[in-house]
Design a protein around this ligand. Structure first.
Ligand SMILES: [Zn+2]
Length: 244
């Protein structure tokens, strides 16, 4: 989605006139009524704790979560950077989400949304931006799926992008849903066939500055292209890779 390597100190998004709520991990700024704000604060704290534990990481500062009353409000604050997914964004070191009252499918979906955006943030912070954009979107979706059960519909094999085009032009491909779903399926394959410990090792290697392709070969003993081949073959064999 809207990944960036700048930290909270460089935030330029207007967060004035919003009420502030804090835990030891999260600073929430919102114009929601206190009852909803407390729900978002607790969900953000739980979601961040979950993501940090997943990657065996700690953060040195509180994470800023901005919560807006509606998708329109969120999009207005993102301005020219608004993406297809107007329920949440990760932007310049902060997570932006809509209120639980504006999340169509309820509390679990809102929690999944927070897990998604906080995964972008934790990956970005811990690697200082050292990852391909599709990988961040893939991890965010995979973690959201684990947290809430939500995943995009699986695309038809005929609609899939070649890996080269997918990885080089991820942010500008015409069919965003297919690109996002491909990213999800590739990381699901890596996580489910090789175990989560390998994913943690890869993320930690990226944090030391190792290039993504090199890190993948070091951890998985295969190139990212051959891991990509494998999930495509699995789909051709079974029709379904994840979710059943
Ligand atoms: Zn995302």
């Amino acid at each position: 989605m809207l990944c960036n390597t700048l930290g909270v100190a460089s935030m330029k998004i207007s967060a004035r006139n919003l009420d502030v709520y804090r835990t030891d991990l999260v600073e929430l700024r919102t114009d929601d009524e206190p009852r909803l704000a407390e729900i978002t604060l607790a969900a953000s704290h739980t979601a961040l704790t979950r993501v940090l534990e997943q990657f065996d990481l700690e953060l040195k500062q509180r994470v800023l979560v901005l919560c807006y009353a509606s998708s329109e409000e969120l999009t207005k604050h993102l301005g020219a950077f608004a993406s297809h997914d107007a329920l949440g964004a990760y932007w310049k070191g902060a997570v932006m989400v809509v209120s639980p009252s504006a999340t169509p499918s309820g509390g679990l979906a809102h929690y999944g949304l927070l897990v998604h955006e906080l995964t972008h943030l934790v990956l970005d912070y811990s690697t200082r931006g050292n990852y391909p954009r599709w990988f961040s979107e893939a991890l965010a979706q995979y973690n959201e799926y684990l947290a809430s059960g939500y995943a995009l519909p699986q695309p038809a094999s005929a609609d899939l992008y070649e890996f080269g085009e997918f990885s080089e032009r991820f942010g500008s491909l015409d069919d965003t849903a297919v690109a996002y779903s491909q990213a999800f399926l590739l990381v699901s394959h890596m996580a489910e066939q090789y175990g989560w410990d390998s994913m943690i090792r890869l993320v930690h290697l990226l944090g030391t500055g190792v290039r993504f392709e090199k890190g993948v070969e070091q951890v998985y003993g295969k190139s990212i292209e051959s891991l990509d081949d494998a999930w495509r073959r699995a789909i051709e064999g079974t029709g379904v890779l994840v979710g059943e």
